[in-house]
Design a protein around this ligand. Structure first.
Ligand code: M6R
Length: 605
């Protein structure tokens, strides 16, 4: 986790670094800091708290400099204190470093450096890096050689950017953590993700593991792991700067919920033809499906819930399918062979557990496809093929529009796979499903506009616990509803298969535990019965389903979705639950876009 940024060029770097860090706060917000070359040395400003703290400090201290680095932290080694905030410096203060990743051999390196007279001032793994560079500068005449020798000592994952006193350049390196180069005329940027600098340039190059970069005012030189100069392809991303701002919304999450009619339209565009039931994926070479006899769908968190949805559709099509939490994959996968297709689902493409599962699968001979939002992400580069969900940048830590775009992509992908595999069959009602998918943006507009979630949120908070139940394809929606609710409200919420409630969890149900019933999709009558079993024990039932659908009259409160194809009803119900979570968290005055202890991109296992 953590976000890093660097700039080198003719313009003052301070504003760019601070704005860029604010765009990277989804990666962590425990502490923040910047360092700039200010003409008489390296000036470091850092402290615990989010980026606004540094913005305030700088306003009073008037920092400036044309070359600089910055960091926003999600703590791994050491609590979120001023001392543990990045940048970290060497004993002399001549070297400052920001780092995203984990240095696994930091304890040995710290011991070695301490024995050589270096004094440490933080608990972090990162602090070994500036001391190492300083150590090797004693014997190497060139800074580049000292920098390389330092990174050669590091085990683990890192994206690093370093400033050296009196050198108007940034030294950077990447191994296992993302680092993107942004190229503008006369300005060069490095960052963990594109939103950090997209207001300045949309021309980007994704660096490879092992790359070392030197950023100067007149260019960026890239060297591969052997020190050989290399070129990396420069791509123009189609994100516009407004997409990474909050617009007129109070929170990114609310903006991203409202963005779903348009993000889903982009996900679908060019991929469906309801008239003849055709599904097309320009980005998928179907050769990848040759000889496939079994599919594993692997993901974490919200993406796992999307994976459950996709896996169910594959099973319905007659494809032998299993779904795994990525962190369990290495141990739980069972036999994997060249007849196994492993589909990893990851919004960021950088989740360490998912990348590890991807590598395990590839190592065992499987073919791999990743379903992701981020072009150039590690998962996209490492998988045999990538399918992009096209949701656009998502900044709120709680995934919303990327979930709905993942689900839509997986609906389409499952049917494409069913068309290609010899023993599989696409859904009989595929033309109706595709037609309903095309209507989703309109239906979403209606849900968002007419939702009563905000009213509901006025009486919801402060209950003892909240349960979410669903059956079949509404079960992943129940699980996702509960995850979203706990993530941003900090209230205790759990999702269950509705048929499971009576096998244990019903013991928890009281008049203080509202139950959200997903009355959408299939076997709704059974879910209504399960909800009534909870209601009999005193719980209020909040139903989600079509107007006049089964369960509407029995519910104590009811959130409506348009009466469309059952698969799509689930997607619309999910958006009602996103709004319930958002408004409840808002009611409780929670930091909705930056929930405590969480980060959007989880790059540690
Ligand atoms: O980037 P990924 O989709 O791989 O991330 C997986 C999870 O960490 C992520 O979905 C997490 O659960 C979100 N915070 C959910 O809102």
């Amino acid at each position: 986790m953590c976000g890093i940024i660097a700039q080198s060029g003719a313009d003052d770097a301070v504003g760019t670094l601070i704005n860029g860090l604010e765009r990277l706060e989804y990666r962590g917000y425990d502490s923040a800091g910047i360092a700039v070359q200010n003409g008489s040395g390296i000036a470091v400003h850092k402290r615990a708290g989010d980026v606004s703290e540094i913005r305030e400090e700088i306003q009073t201290e008037a920092a400036s400099g044309e070359v600089g680095i910055g960091h926003t932290r999600w703590s791994t080694h050491g609590p979120p204190t001023d001392a543990n905030a990045h940048p970290h410096t060497s004993d002399t203060g001549n070297i400052a470093v920001v780092h995203n990743g984990v240095i696994e051999n930091h304890a040995e390196l710290r011991e070695f450096l301490s024995a050589n007279g270096h004094e440490f001032t933080s608990d972090t793994d990162t602090e070994v890096i500036p001391h190492l560079i300083e150590h090797f500068r004693q014997t190497e005449s060139e800074t580049m050689a000292a920098f390389r020798r330092a990174i050669d000592e590091l085990e683990g994952s890192y994206a690093i950017a370093a400033l050296i006193r009196d050198e108007e350049r940034v030294y950077a390196a990447r191994a296992g953590s993302p680092l993107v180069l942004g190229l503008d005329s006369g300005q060069y940027y490095l960052a963990s993700d594109i939103p950090a600098f997209v207001e300045h340039t949309r021309d980007v190059a994704f660096l490879e593991d092992g790359d070392v970069v030197v950023l100067e005012s007149d260019g960026a030189q890239i060297f591969d792991r052997n020190g050989v100069p290399v070129e990396r392809d420069v791509e123009r991303v189609d994100w516009n700067p407004e997409e990474v701002g909050k617009g007129h919304f109070d929170h990114y999450m609310l903006k991203e919920i409202h963005n779903q009619p348009s993000s889903i339209a982009k996900t679908i565009r060019g991929r469906v033809d309801p008239a003849d039931g055709a599904v097309a994926f320009d980005d998928l070479d179907t050769e990848v499906l040759d000889g496939v006899r079994e599919i594993h769908v692997v993901a974490c968190g919200t993406s796992y819930h999307a994976a459950l949805f996709g896996a169910r559709l594959l099973s319905d099509a007659g494809v032998r399918t299993q779904v795994f939490r990525a962190s369990e994959y290495a141990k739980a996968a069972g036999p994997v062979s060249d007849e196994t297709l492993v589909v990893t689902v990851t919004q960021s493409g950088e989740t360490a557990d998912t990348l590890s599962a991807l590598r395990t699968a590839a190592g065992r001979g499987a073919t791999t496809v990743t379903v992701t939002n981020v072009v150039g992400s590690t998962a996209a580069r490492e998988a045999d093929q990538s399918v992009f969900i096209r949701a656009g940048p998502e900044i709120g830590v709680a995934a919303t529009k990327t979930f709905t775009s993942q689900v839509v992509t997986l609906i389409l992908l499952s049917q494409k796979i069913a068309m290609e595999l010899p023993d599989a069959t696409p859904r009989e009602d595929l033309p109706e499903l595709l037609a309903a998918l095309e209507r989703i943006p309109t239906h979403l507009d209606q849900v968002i506009e007419e939702s009563r979630a905000a009213d509901l949120a006025t009486w919801l908070p402060e209950h003892e616990a909240y349960f979410f139940i669903g059956r079949g394809m509404s079960r992943p929606v129940a699980l996702e509803g509960a995850l979203k609710f706990k993530e941003i409200t900090y209230e205790h919420a759990e999702g269950f298969a509705s048929g499971q409630l009576k096998h244990g969890p019903l013991a928890l149900v009281t008049s203080d535990t509202p139950v959200f019933g997903l009355f959408t999709g299939e076997d709704v009558d059974k879910t209504v019965t399960n909800a009534k079993e909870a209601q009999t024990r005193g719980a209020d039932i909040i139903g989600i389903g079509p107007a006049d659908g089964p369960g509407a009259d029995e519910s104590d409160a009811y959130l409506r979705v348009p009466d469309t194809h059952p698969v799509c009803q689930n997607l619309l119900a999910n958006v009602q639950l996103q709004l319930v979570s958002y408004h409840t968290a808002n009611q409780l005055d929670r930091p909705i876009d930056k929930p405590r202890n969480l980060a959007k991109s989880v790059t540690v296992q």
